[in-house]
Ligand binder design. Structure first.
Ligand SMILES: [Fe+2]
Length: 213
């Protein structure tokens, strides 16, 4: 009997660079895919759609991954608890997407001389994988890398920098939004996390829009 060996090509994906959690993480955010919609700018500004896939280091999709995002509002303010934060799950094929506004930049010193580049925070969690805490940045931001006021942040890492493209529904330019593609690669592991344990006895925040309260 002849035995044929089929050599399988295993594609390799590099684990996404982690980044600092930052001081504005708030556990148990609302379950929602549309964030910052209570920002007054949400009606007037062009929306930003962030989409991508959650993959393992063999480039296989990981569906059902819990994804938490939080960011500053359009003016660079963090509004605790309700606005500009939420969690949702990656779908079949590891696909995820959420709608938001381009985050504003903010200063980290009283003299307002040092700034952080615009960024969106991510905390990505799936059993069997290490919890990834990272940040997504925008190409062309003058505060990236050496100019980032956060010296321990990873805003110089190319895998964290996206280049959004603009899409319009017609030629009037009235119905346009920006799309940022951000794939995330998780490392297999035992759910090691840099996030302190949260008290799971408290329920997640209700989402006012989705529940109608
Ligand atoms: Fe931040």
């Amino acid at each position: 009997m002849n035995v044929y060996c089929v050599e399988q090509q295993v594609q390799s994906c590099k684990a996404t660079t982690p980044d600092v959690l930052g001081p504005y993480y708030f556990p148990r955010p609302p379950h929602r895919r549309q964030i910052c919609d209570r920002d007054p700018a949400f009606k007037n500004e062009r929306h930003l759609l962030v989409e991508g896939r959650i993959l393992d280091e063999s480039c296989q999709p990981i569906s059902g991954t819990r994804i938490e995002v939080w960011q500053a509002d359009h003016d660079g303010h963090y509004l605790f608890k309700e606005n500009c934060r939420g969690y949702f799950y990656a779908e079949k094929g590891g696909h995820y997407a959420f709608l938001t506004l381009h985050p504003g930049t903010y200063s980290t010193d009283p003299k307002k001389e040092l700034f952080r580049p615009a960024h969106i925070h991510f905390r990505v969690q799936k059993p069997g994988y290490n919890i990834l805490v990272t940040q997504m940045y925008f190409a062309g931001d003058p505060n990236l890398g050496r100019n980032d006021s956060c010296t321990e942040c990873s805003s110089d890492r190319s895998d964290l920098i996206v280049e959004p493209r603009q899409m319009c529904a017609d030629k009037t330019g009235q119905f346009c939004f920006r799309i940022a593609h951000f794939d995330i690669v998780l490392k297999r592991g035992n759910e090691v996390s840099v996030v302190p344990d949260v008290d799971d006895s408290e329920p997640e925040l209700d989402d006012i829009v989705e529940t109608g309260k």
